[in-house]
Design a protein around this ligand. Structure first.
Ligand code: FAD
Length: 366
């Protein structure tokens, strides 16, 4: 008899299992996939850790969480500095002095500010009615046209003029020559990949892979006193109130017989012609020196039930449905719901780890 059955071997489930085990409890972790790690799983191809479900860069401002993950595996000094490719023109991201020099050949912050301000004033948008107007009123037309418009339209599968303005609340603009995408104090990639982190979290814990909770529910429920559920919220309740919607992605992984394809881990394609949004070259996350390289084209997709769920669509319709499902959660006394799928919210890795640690402490009355 286990104290806890943990459904899902992603970061939430693994942190929970680790912490409960540390407190003397016996845990069983099951996952319907044939590997641990959830979406942080890496597949080793040609000695390269391929981020199988999309590029994952760890970043946080929270020293406790940084120390926590580093207690399981050391992190490298990788700094996310994506490059944008607009019909062959290359720009540094996030928008900073390098970008402005590449865009307008301006050399000083004053010149860059004046250029942006001039374009904002020329557009003369008083109250932005859609995402296009909102973006132009924040950064002007050039940056919008070359670096935001088509990328956003590919991501959402809709025109920017048909997307609500509130999606973009602010667009960070930096008047220094700094290509570091994140403002967080700590960032990096686990040395040896995310599998090392997940393996360390689950060390000494019983794990069964390729096991779908819903196909083995009676047996699994009987095996433990309590359940920690990290799968899809609506699926737990057999979708009885309807489907919570997602935006999906399709990844095309490719091995190339060259040591360095694009010279950067992340290149965003901001043109309107290519259907993919990004090409990821995985070896650069860990400064790989292998003879070959592995790249991934990332294609945003409409989601239909049964497909891999990636990003929750937190619009009014889905938020309303979420509130109804939460009422069912409140009535479920023996189950702890946690993680991005069971809470139907976007979590970065540091946030999901923080959430798991907080829930563990609360659960154990600490
Ligand atoms: P998951 O990792 O999804 O784990 C849930 C697990 O439950 C899965 O393995 C699933 O198979 C299993 N499961 C579900 N239902 C069942 C069932 N019925 N039976 C058995 N098992 C089941 N965060 C960052 O900090 N930096 C990034 O750069 C970053 N990039 C991202 C890129 C993409 C494309 C996406 C989608 C997310 C990204 N994230 C990033 C977020 C990160 O992936 C999440 O924070 C993290 O994976 C959430 O962990 P989780 O345990 O909640 O969920």
């Amino acid at each position: 008899m286990y104290d806890y059955l943990i459904v899902g071997a992603g970061l939430f489930g693994n942190v929970w299992a680790h912490e409960a085990t540390k407190r003397g409890k016996k845990c069983l972790v099951v996952d319907r996939r044939n590997h641990i790690g959830g979406n942080t799983y890496c597949e080793n191809v040609e000695g390269i850790n391929v981020h199988y479900y999309g590029a994952h860069i760890f970043h946080t401002n929270d020293k406790d969480i940084w120390d926590y993950v580093n207690s399981f595996v050391e992190f490298n000094r990788y700094t996310n500095s994506p490059v944008a490719n607009y019909y062959g023109e290359l720009y540094n991201l996030p928008f900073n002095m390098n970008t402005f020099y590449q865009m307008w050949k301006v050399r000083t912050p004053e010149e860059a500010k004046a250029k942006i301000q001039e374009q904002i004033e020329a557009a003369n948008i008083k109250e932005p009615k859609n995402l296009e107007e909102q973006a132009i009123s924040l950064v002007g037309t050039d940056i919008y046209e070359k670096l935001i418009k088509s990328y956003t339209e590919k991501q959402w599968g809709r025109k920017c003029i048909d997307l609500p303005a509130f999606i973009i609340k602010r667009l960070p603009v930096r008047f220094t020559f700094d290509n570091n995408y994140f403002n967080d104090r700590y960032q990096g990639i686990p040395i040896g990949g995310y599998n090392k982190l997940n393996e360390a979290l689950l060390e000494g814990i019983d794990v069964r892979l390729g096991v779908d909770y819903f196909k083995n529910r009676a047996e699994l429920d009987a095996s433990a006193k309590q359940i920690v559920y990290t799968g899809q919220l609506d699926e737990y309740f057999d979708f009885k109130l309807g489907y919570l919607e997602y935006r999906s992605l399709r990844f095309e992984h490719q091995t190339l017989d060259t040591p360095n394809h694009q010279g950067n881990a992340v290149v965003n394609y901001t043109d309107g012609e290519t259907a993919f949004t990004r090409i990821i070259e995985h070896k650069h996350f860990e400064f790989g020196t292998q003879d070959k390289t592995v790249i991934t084209h990332e294609y945003p997709q409409e989601w239909t039930p049964g497909q891999e769920p990636y990003y929750p669509v937190n619009d009014d319709k889905n938020d309303k449905l979420l509130r109804e499902y939460r009422k069912l959660v409140d009535a479920e006394t023996n189950v702890i719901f946690g993680g991005r799928l069971a809470e139907y919210r976007y979590y970065d890795m540091h946030q999901v780890i923080g959430s798991a640690l907080a829930k563990v402490r609360k659960h154990f009355g600490e």
